[in-house]
Design a protein around this ligand. Structure first.
Ligand SMILES: Nc1nc2c(ncn2[C@@H]2O[C@H](COP(=O)(O)OP(=O)(O)O)[C@@H](O)[C@H]2O)c(=O)[nH]1
Ligand SMILES: [Mg+2]
Length: 309
């Protein structure tokens, strides 16, 4: 990913969205189906609420072709506990996905007449498939896919028919950082610049999860009957099998990790999700502690600063 998020960038992105949102009825948040929690940004919930009214939101779990279908369904159910939210698994690379999205938009505004269009805006962190989706919805190439600057240009509108109008520039959000696991998972799917997280770090994290959650996919892909329980033993085993050897005939762990991570990313290992609602529920307890500590530190800093003045 080309975008590095600094506080200044986040501030600017947020300001752009605050400016655009009053003319929008509905937020379409694009997530990566393999990490629906870690690819979310809590600022969306924040931005949607003003003067006690919360704008409805459709959460699209994109790249569902790469994710575990049962887990994706569990996430949709969890998201829809909020009555203001509709959640749909999609695959933006398949243009036939438009119809369920249009129907979901209309469902959120049952009383809206066709001659008063529903204005929608797409948001999401980089690389989740926002541009691909806009192009699929528009039926033509209007948004550049791949890397793009964080600053949006002049907003234009796309008429999707059925009384729905879409802004053609997505709101680009920054990935969240409080949960350490989220950082690793974003690294696994390739949405954090590879140099920021080493392949062996990501690889060990990924393999630990796969050994626990998808042992049969590993057995199948790497042709092993007795799976070692330790990520290191597993990586050494398949590294040796594949001839990933370095100095002194030892397994080159970076090389074998890179292979496994890429096979996960492109779907060769099978359809895999990196987090479930239950896993996140447990992690949230830890995250809330960190957020609280951060807020306390900030408050102390402010107090000390005032004292000095
Ligand atoms: N497998 C798969 N790849 C997708 C899907 N949607 C988008 N992509 C790919 O994800 C990458 C990022 O997409 P892009 O639209 O540029 O993301 P953006 O940064 O959110 O605008 C591109 O290589 C797309 O081809 C999908 O549903 N399935
Ligand atoms: Mg894009």
């Amino acid at each position: 990913m080309a975008i590095h998020w600094y506080p200044g960038h986040m501030h600017k992105a947020r300001k752009e969205m605050v400016k655009a949102l009053p003319s929008v009825d509905l937020v379409i948040e694009v997530l990566d189906a393999r990490i629906p929690y870690s690819s979310e940004n809590p600022v969306v919930a924040d931005l949607r609420t003003k003067n006690g009214y919360t704008k409805p939101c459709i959460k699209l779990l994109n790249k569902s072709d790469l994710a575990d279908p049962a887990t994706t369904q569990a996430w949709c159910d969890a998201f829809e506990q909020d009555r203001n939210v509709k959640a749909l698994p999609i695959m933006a690379t398949q243009t036939g996905q438009v119809k369920p999205l249009i129907a979901a938009c209309r469902q959120l505004f049952p009383d809206r007449k066709l001659d008063k269009p529903i204005h929608a805006m797409i948001m999401g962190i980089p690389n989740v498939g926002k541009s691909t989706l806009i192009n699929a919805l528009a039926g033509r190439m209007i948004a550049k896919t791949g890397n793009e600057p964080a600053v949006t240009k002049n907003q234009q509108r796309i008429d999707l028919g059925n009384g729905i109008v879409l802004h053609d520039t997505p709101g680009i959000l920054w990935p969240k950082i409080e949960n350490e696991n989220s950082g690793y998972r974003l690294g696994c799917i390739g949405s954090i610049k590879d140099t920021a997280l080493d392949y062996d770090d990501i690889g060990f994290y990924l393999v630990e999860h796969l050994l626990e959650a998808y042992p049969s996919l590993l057995k199948q892909r790497y042709d092993i009957t007795n799976l070692p329980s330790e990520p290191l033993h597993f990586l050494e085993h398949i590294g040796a099998n594949r001839g990933c050897l370095g100095a002194g005939g030892r397994v080159d762990l970076v090389k074998i990790c890179t292979i496994v991570v890429n096979e996960f990313r492109n779907g060769t290992l099978g359809r895999i999700s990196l987090e479930t609602p239950e896993m996140i529920e447990k992690e949230m307890i830890e995250v809330e502690k960190i957020i609280k500590e951060k807020a306390e530190k900030k408050a102390t800093r402010k107090k000390n600063f005032k004292k000095k003045k």
